[in-house]
Structures are given as structure tokens and as C-alpha cells.
Design a protein. Structure first.
Length: 283
């Protein structure tokens, strides 16, 4: 049977590449910064503009009303996060906005596609490095058309682990995050890293540069595309307590294998976060 979502997949790659070119260009100009949920949760005109470009192009291609869209900036303007069985695009126009603002060279466009609430494909364009990561369910993961695979390291002492601290600066949460990092570092592991973009971090797991990446507090648009890429590269994605991964939970552990995942999970100090599909009240 012909691949039902091949057109959508090819289109997503084209749109991500075009969006990345807009981001690169915008990075050469003056960047005006605003804040969202906190003073360190940054947003720029480029985030909004690129999301409009991406959703606009997707609607031109597939705008017969059967497709739904969940985009970071639309949600921050008050749209609810509702994932139905309909074909749904999950978009982070600029993952790594803080990096973008500071000229730190990792910024990604992340586009995922889900049907019947299952992720079908993911595209992550690391636009400053000009690397196109992509994966289609059951068909492998690729970086610039070269197939990628997770690392085969099983010894935690030979691993590099990524975690991030997100944008919540409450002392209780930051304390737990750093306590977890300290425990992992002292296992000991070879190193701790973080690129500043969850989407890129997942591609680093998928391509074998690191063994695991976990974070509490990410949103579905940060990781949806990366989830497919990690799985198709032979890795696994779990909840931070070792249970099944839940796209809406804002908790995610991705690893090259279960030995590494379980060893890290033992050290994670979990703190509560509001789910992405929590009913919209306020804003
Ligand atoms: O805001 P944004 O730059 O799109 O996304 C952020 C990045 O992915 C960062 O690595 C992660 O630590 C944050 O949790 C995300 O919110
Ligand atoms: Mg993001």
C-alpha cells in the first residue's frame, strides 16, 4: 500500500527548511525580545512570524479543514491544546528562542504530525548548523539523508547525558533539577550537556552523540518530532518515572537503550508541572 502520509512528510521537510532560512536571516538583524510565562521565557517577532509562515503553508497544502494545528505561539495566545484523532500538526517554530536571542548557535524548527493520536513523523531542522533530521514511523531516522542510529553504550560510566533547566526559576524546582544533575554527574558519567533546544537534544540522542536526554517542563511542541526521530533511530522514549511516555505530561526521558534510561531514572527528582492539555483558564 502506498504510504498515506508521504506528501505531508515531504512537505514538512520543505516547510521546515524554508522556515529555517527565515530564522537565519532574522538572526542577522536586530532582535526585539518580549517575555511570556516568566521574565526568562522569551519570545520574539520571529517566533510568531515563522509560526504564521509554517501554518500558512501547511494550510495551503492541506487546508481542506481535515487537519488540525497545535503551535507554540498560538497556544501562548490562548488556543487550547487539543489532540484529537484527526491529522494534527504539532509545531515549534523556533525551538531554542533563548539561543536565538543570544546568538548561541543551536536553534531548531520542529514539526511533527500525528494521526489517531499517534506520531507518524517528525522533522527537526537545526537551522544554524543546516542539519535536517527527519523520521517517518517504521522507516528509520535520517540526518541529511544519511540514516542515523543511537549509540550502543550500555555502561552508564561511559555515557554523556543531556538535561535542561527550562524557564521556571522557582527555588524548589531549580534545587531538584540541580540535585538530579549532581547525582547523575557523580555516578559518574563522562559528562553532562545541553544544547538549549529540546528538539536538537533529541536529535543528539538519535545520532549517537549522547546517550540520553530528559526534561520535566518541556511542552509537546518541543519534543513531538524528536520522539519519532529517537524511536526510529533505535532509541526509546519513556516517562521520567519509567512508565509509558505521555505526550501531554511535560515529562520525557529519551535514551539509547533501557539500561541507560533506568539508571538515570533512578536519580531523577520529579516535581509537579501542569499538563499541556490542562483546561485553559486564565491567560
Ligand atoms: O521556548 P523554546 O525555546 O521553544 O523551547 C525551550 C527549549 O526547548 C529548551 O531546551 C527547553 O529546556 C525548554 O523547556 C523549552 O521550552
Ligand atoms: Mg521549544
Amino acid at each position: 500500500m502506498a504510504d498515506p502520509w508521504q506528501n505531508e512528510y515531504d512537505f514538512a521537510v520543505q516547510v521546515a527548511r524554508a522556515a529555517g532560512a527565515v530564522i537565519r536571516k532574522a538572526g542577522e538583524e536586530e532582535i526585539k525580545v518580549q517575555t511570556k510565562s516568566s521574565t526568562v521565557d522569551l519570545v520574539t517577532k520571529t517566533d510568531e512570524r515563522v509560526e504564521k509562515i509554517i501554518i500558512g503553508s501547511l494550510k495551503e497544502g492541506f487546508g481542506d479543514g481535515t487537519h488540525c494545528f497545535i503551535g507554540e505561539e498560538s497556544v501562548s495566545k490562548g488556543e487550547p491544546v487539543i489532540l484529537t484523532d484527526k491529522p494534527t500538526w504539532i509545531i515549534d517554530p523556533v525551538d531554542g528562542t533563548t539561543n536565538f536571542v543570544h546568538g548561541f548557535p543551536f536553534v531548531a524548527v520542529s514539526i511533527a504530525f500525528a494521526v489517531n493520536k499517534e506520531l507518524e513523523f517528525g522533522v527537526v531542522y537545526s537551522c544554524l548548523e543546516d542539519k535536517m533530521y527527519k523520521a517517518r514511523k517504521g522507516k528509520g531516522a535520517f540526518c541529511d539523508d544519511e540514516q542515523i542510529q543511537v549509540s550502543d553504550v550500555k555502561d552508564i560510566h561511559k555515557s554523556i547525558i543531556i538535561s535542561e533547566h527550562g524557564t521556571d526559576r522557582s527555588v524548589e524546582k531549580v534545587t531538584k533539577i540541580f540535585s538530579t544533575m549532581q547525582k547523575i554527574l557523580c555516578i559518574p558519567v563522562h559528562g553532562l550537556r545541553g544544547s538549549g533546544t529540546a528538539a536538537t537534544n533529541m536529535c543528539l540522542v538519535a545520532s549517537g552523540a549522547v546517550e540520553a536526554f530528559f526534561e520535566i517542563g518541556i511542552h509537546l511542541w518541543d519534543i513531538a518530532a524528536g520522539v519519532v526521530i529517537v524511536r526510529e533511530a533505535g532509541g526509546l522514549v519513556l516517562d521520567v518515572d519509567g512508565g509509558p511516555f505521555d505526550l501531554m505530561s511535560r515529562r520525557m526521558m529519551s535514551a539509547n537503550n533501557n539500561v541507560i534510561a533506568q539508571r538515570i531514572i533512578k536519580e531523577i527528582e520529579i516535581f509537579p508541572v501542569e499538563r499541556d492539555d490542562a483546561p485553559v483558564q486564565k491567560k
